[in-house]
Design a protein around this ligand. Structure first.
Ligand code: SOE
Length: 383
């Protein structure tokens, strides 16, 4: 039977543009579905750069104005992988044009802006999703299954950190390609929105809502040259953010993120401690899940390291890859996300996180920044 086409129009072509496009190219081979994903058009302001990207990755057409891309009748889904301050405008226009939307994280600059995006996609009735890709690392998805099975018992603690070191140099400019993450006008926030957003998304998915938070942020380098103005300008993003919190289920939260942890490139770790079981995961060893099961016999009880590479359905997504024992990587979390999105289109049961799901993370981010500013505990807003 002929497959339905899902014609992608991508806005942006940076690191995430490559990660998403790689997923679109892989998905049909490894996760066959009712849909054929077509790389129809990509868009960026620089005509030469976007042409080179299109040629390298196989997009049929290019545009230099996102409004023209969104208006194209030959596009079914708009993929937004541009700086955070552009998400809302593009998403709202794409929804009005009846396009499905896949939006990079975090959803918006803040929860208020996120709500306008939700109103737009829900009024238009268009499928929507946010690229919180780490949910779909097989070991992380397996952790979710274990938590949902109730085997952990009462949950006491949730702990996560995301450490990097790429902004330590004080002469690194802010603004422009890649470096927009250091410019508050483009990014909204620093490590909280960029890195902790991932940790928060996974935490809420695993352990339910956070009720209140108490945060501390720091900006270590106060001024940086702005690539676009050529002048030294104040840095207003959080370079580091640490927060505590209380989940609605009574468990305690402990989160940390920084781009100043020398030697750590992308160390995202999470741990959840329940009365019967603890689970630990580390992005630097992403196919392993560490599990301590108190119900194991006492003589041999201890932490075990499960290599989540069995090609049985017990190991999420792995049956579609290689033979047992052979790992897949970071890139495939995006492929899995597209596979789930397509399944959601086929079944009518949307895969998460939808824009509405991602609002929960945005509300926690708003509460963290407010708490750090006020130097007080803050209640997390309700969706
Ligand atoms: C920042 O360095 C970054 O690229 C984030 O923007 C991504 O979301 C994260 O997955 C890896 O680090």
């Amino acid at each position: 039977m002929a497959k339905k086409q899902l014609r992608v129009g991508m806005v942006g072509y940076g690191f995430m543009g490559r990660a998403h496009t790689n997923a679109y190219k892989q998905v049909g081979q490894f996760f066959p579905s009712d849909y054929e994903v077509v790389l129809q058009a990509c868009c960026a302001r620089d005509a030469g750069k976007i042409r080179a990207f299109a040629d390298q990755w196989g997009y049929a057409h290019t545009e230099t104005d996102w409004k023209k891309l969104v208006a194209r009748p030959d596009i079914d889904v708009v993929d937004i992988c541009v700086p955070n301050n552009l998400h809302a405008e593009i998403a709202i226009a794409a929804a009005a044009a009846g396009k499905a939307i896949l939006c990079e994280k975090p959803l918006a600059m803040d929860a208020a802006e996120g709500r306008t995006m939700i109103a737009a996609v829900e009024a238009a009735g268009v499928p929507n999703m946010v690229w919180y890709n780490y949910r779909r690392i097989p070991a992380v998805s397996l952790a979710k299954r274990l938590i949902d099975s109730g085997r952990l018992g009462r949950i006491f603690h949730y702990r996560a950190k995301f450490l990097q070191d790429w902004t330590i140099k004080s002469d690194l400019p802010q603004g422009g390609q890649g470096l927009w993450r250091l410019d508050a006008a483009a990014a909204g926030a620093g490590v909280s929105g960029d890195l902790l957003a991932h940790c928060i998304d996974t935490a809420l998915w695993f352990n339910g809502g956070l009720d209140s938070v108490c945060a501390m942020t720091e900006t270590f380098v106060k001024e940086r040259m702005h690539t676009l103005t050529g002048k030294m300008e104040q840095v207003s993003i959080d370079d580091a953010c640490i927060f505590f919190g209380k989940f609605a289920n009574g468990s305690l939260a402990n989160f940390e993120s920084t781009r100043y942890a020398r030697g750590h490139k992308a160390q995202y770790t999470l741990e959840i401690n329940g009365e019967n079981m603890s689970i630990f995961w580390d992005l630097h060893d992403l196919h392993r899940l560490s599990i301590f099961d108190y119900k194991d016999e006492s003589a041999t009880r201890g932490w075990k390291s499960v290599h989540v590479t069995d090609n049985s359905p017990d190991h999420p997504y792995m049956a579609n890859w290689w033979v047992p024992g052979l790992a897949v990587g970071y890139d495939t979390s995006f492929t899995h996300q597209v596979a789930d999105f397509l399944e959601g289109l086929s079944t009518g049961k949307p895969a998460g996180p939808t824009f509405r799901d991602a609002l929960e993370t945005q509300l926690v981010l708003d509460a963290i920044l407010a708490s750090a500013k006020k130097q007080q505990w803050v209640s997390v807003g309700k969706a």
